[in-house]
Write a protein that binds this ligand. Structure first.
Ligand code: FES
Ligand code: FES
Length: 174
């Protein structure tokens, strides 16, 4: 038996919320949050590119903050609320960011897209009126190898207007 094998295979019980649903599982303490989401929960919308905190394709929102799910252990997420790309749409209605990405052709191969969307959702939740510089900063850690950055920025500016309009109508302003 290899040194440390026992320790790495030791299972821990975790409970957390993923896309609004309570999830409980017994998992090996060595698995990353990305592995847990993709392999245990089959939420494969979260992509793993570099697997070492460099590309941002694995970004999910944890307690309101964007995090690289490849670079934290699933056991560290116990007790938190996670939002993944699968939880972004409201049933059949895409999130305004998703609509705007389609409208602006903000994806080519799409591999970076789930991570981009989650980083930008976290931004718009905190800052509903971002400047272009805020958007650039929010996706500073998300690489798009297809170079769709300008379309991503324009899509985000449009989505922020759309969300502000929706919030105003929800509050009865016309
Ligand atoms: S896969 Fe996590 S940052 Fe690249
Ligand atoms: S659309 Fe291909 S990596 Fe961004």
């Amino acid at each position: 038996m290899a040194l440390g094998e026992n320790h790495s295979k030791e299972k821990k019980h975790i409970a957390l919320f993923v896309n609004g649903e309570k999830v409980e599982a017994d998992i090996e303490s060595r698995i990353t949050l990305a592995e847990f989401l993709r392999e245990e929960l089959r939420l494969t919308g979260t992509k793993v590119g570099c697997n070492r905190a460099e590309c941002g394709s694995c970004t999910v929102i944890l307690d309101g903050e964007p995090v690289y799910s490849c670079s934290m252990l699933a056991v560290e997420a116990a007790g938190t609320e996670i939002l993944t790309i699968e939880g972004l749409a409201n049933n059949a209605n895409l999130h305004p960011l998703q609509d705007a990405f389609i409208e602006h052709d903000a994806l080519q191969c799409g591999y970076c897209t789930p991570g981009m969307l989650m980083a930008l959702k976290a931004l718009l939740d905190k800052n509903p009126r971002p400047e272009e510089s805020d958007i650039r900063e929010a996706i500073d850690g998300n690489f798009c190898r297809c170079g769709s950055y300008s379309n991503i920025i324009n899509a985000t500016l449009d989505a922020s207007k759309e969300l502000l309009g929706k919030n105003r109508s929800n509050h009865g302003d016309k």
